[in-house]
Ligand binder design. Structure first.
Ligand code: NDP
Length: 297
């Protein structure tokens, strides 16, 4: 039987609608409007598209979008000055610096400078540490979105064999932490893993965050496994254009998996939905307002 398709686009729309409802409630009952500041340095075309989408969806969710577009020559010192200003601004509840940053600007220094209470990307060492130690944290948006899809698909993840391929700070490591938090048995695979296919075939839950087009195929997937494809890769469409593919060979794997996310329309839309949810959460926390139920956490 072909795999069930996990419709991240529909789930993300549901989450955004819920965020909007809560944003309206915050405004009417507490006079608060969550504000998300997005900082883009340079002209990277993919980043420009992401920032535009984030701004539009933030406004549609009833929140304020504050965009700072800075030239590629911006110095680290100038960027840190802007971050300090945003940290001090009570109308800004979330700060996101779009990565990658141009050469000469250290992403670690910039992330370190963000107030952890406004770190809606969940990349600050304080939030990373809080996640690892089981305290309430702002959790990175992409793995949070993956977890939400897994919970909706499988219910409890306790005891499941989970394999995460990729160990980046943005996706792989926090994904593994979240799965561990859910009491899955977690393996993290990476470029030095021996016999990757055999490791992946152990998985009830396989999360691919590698950045290599369609690398995981039929040999990597156990019959009936749930497959979450984080990859976003642009490849030639054979007629001069481009198409998006994931890290999983969707056509082959969807014949044997139990459920699978498509690319596009799987994990991608969940990332922005979780960003909006994190911004709402950050606004509630800093203002001592109870956090809404039913949003990814
Ligand atoms: P990174 O390049 O930071 O990390 C890739 C990871 O894959 C590394 O840990 C690397 O191992 C591992 N890897 C590379 N080659 C192999 C291999 N042959 N076998 C096993 N492991 C391998 O990527 P990201 O985590 O930032 O992103 C991963 C993918 O997810 C990309 O396609 C990216 O575009 C996408 N993405 C999608 C998002 C979304 O919203 N849907 C958000 C963020 C990312 P090692 O550490 O040993 O080098």
């Amino acid at each position: 039987m072909p795999a069930a398709i996990i419709d991240g686009k529909a789930v993300a729309a549901e989450i955004r609608a819920r965020v909007r409802e809560e944003a309206v409630r915050l405004k009417t009952t507490h006079g608060l409007v969550p504000g998300l500041a997005v900082v883009l340095v340079g002209e990277d075309p993919a980043s420009q598209v992401y920032v535009r989408n984030k701004g539009r969806q933030t406004r549609e969710a009833g929140m304020e979008s504050i965009e700072h577009r800075l030239p590629a020559e911006t110095s680290e010192a100038d960027l840190l000055t802007l971050i300090a200003r945003l940290n001090a601004d009570p109308g800004v509840h979330g700060i996101l610096v779009q990565l990658p940053l141009p050469d000469g600007v250290r992403a670690e220094a910039v992330i370190d400078a963000i107030d952890p209470a406004k770190d809606v990307d969940g990349f600050h060492a304080v939030n990373v540490g809080r996640l690892v130690t089981g305290q309430s944290a702002l959790v990175p948006c992409t793995p949070l979105g993956c977890l939400d899809l897994l919970r909706r698909t499988l219910g409890s993840l306790a005891g499941a064999e989970a394999v995460v391929v990729g160990r980046s700070t943005i996706v792989g490591k926090p994904m593994a932490q979240l799965l561990l938090r859910e009491s899955a048995t977690v393996t993290i695979a990476h470029s030095r893993t021996r016999d990757l296919a055999a490791v992946c075939r152990r998985a009830d839950i396989l999360v691919a965050a590698v950045g290599r087009p369609e690398m995981l195929g039929r040999d990597h997937v156990r019959q009936g496994a749930t497959v979450i494809d984080v990859g976003i890769n642009r490849v030639s469409d054979g007629s001069g254009g481009e198409r998006l593919v994931g890290d999983v060979d969707f056509a082959a794997v969807s014949e044997i998996a139990g459920a699978i996310t498509p690319v596009p329309g799987g994990v991608g839309p969940m990332t922005i939905a979780c960003l909006l949810s994190n911004t709402l959460r950050a606004c509630c926390r800093v203002n001592g307002v109870p956090e809404p139920e039913g949003l990814p956490s």
